[in-house]
Design a protein around this ligand. Structure first.
Ligand SMILES: O=P(O)(O)OP(=O)(O)OP(=O)(O)OC[C@H]1O[C@@H](n2cnc3c(O)ncnc32)[C@H](O)[C@@H]1O
Ligand SMILES: [Mg+2]
Length: 172
């Protein structure tokens, strides 16, 4: 069975591969840098979900795969400030794609304000941490949870929710 992943980001790929290998053996993994079809910095749950679904569908098609996976990060405005949000989608070509959301945390005001002013979170985080490509390693969630929940661990949980729903659907 071929699983095609709609990203080249190693934190996302690691999460997908590990989650599948835990429950379903004998998978072949492909990954493609597909477009999300939404803005580089999604600003709502709806837009972030749309990005994840687009990535899943394009990845499936691009890899001529049995399953396409899309993972997308975004932010959500609230009265308390800007929350980090993350969504995943699994497309097996039948009916609507399966979706699942990840844990969310409030971004510190100095980070949230820069994102609200139009900067991409990825750039703000690199500047904030004086590091390169935080989004490809522990991510904002890893930094602000003191390394306890890294970006790939957060996406790994989303992947288990996607694969679990997929397996449940196969049985019913
Ligand atoms: O290569 P792709 O798959 O596009 O991976 P990405 O790291 O750019 O991640 P997303 O497109 O899913 O995320 C949308 C934006 O939010 C940023 N972002 C989301 N979550 C983040 C995190 O945990 N740490 C740093 N930046 C994050 C990211 O850099 C993008 O600017
Ligand atoms: Mg991106």
């Amino acid at each position: 069975m071929i699983v095609s992943i709609g990203t080249k980001n190693p934190a996302k790929i690691k999460a997908v591969e590990h989650a599948f290998m835990e429950v379903l053996k004998n998978k072949t993994f492909l990954s493609f840098d597909v477009p999300s079809g939404v803005s580089e910095q999604p600003f709502s749950d709806e837009e972030t979900i749309k990005g994840a679904v687009n990535r899943a569908e394009w990845a499936k098609e691009r890899g001529k795969a049995d399953i396409g996976i899309g993972l997308e990060g975004g932010v959500v405005k609230s009265d308390l400030g800007l929350f980090l949000c993350n969504w995943g989608a699994l497309s097996d070509g039948t009916a609507a794609p399966i979706i699942a959301g990840g844990a969310r945390i409030l971004l510190p005001d100095e980070v949230g304000k820069r994102v609200l002013d139009g900067e991409e979170l990825g750039h703000v985080m690199d500047d904030f941490c004086q590091a390169k490509d935080i989004r490809k390693s522990q991510g904002a969630v890893g930094i602000f949870s003191d390394g306890l929940v890294t970006r790939d661990a957060m996406f790994h949980h989303i992947m288990k929710l996607l694969i679990g729903q997929y397996l449940y659907k196969q049985k019913s």
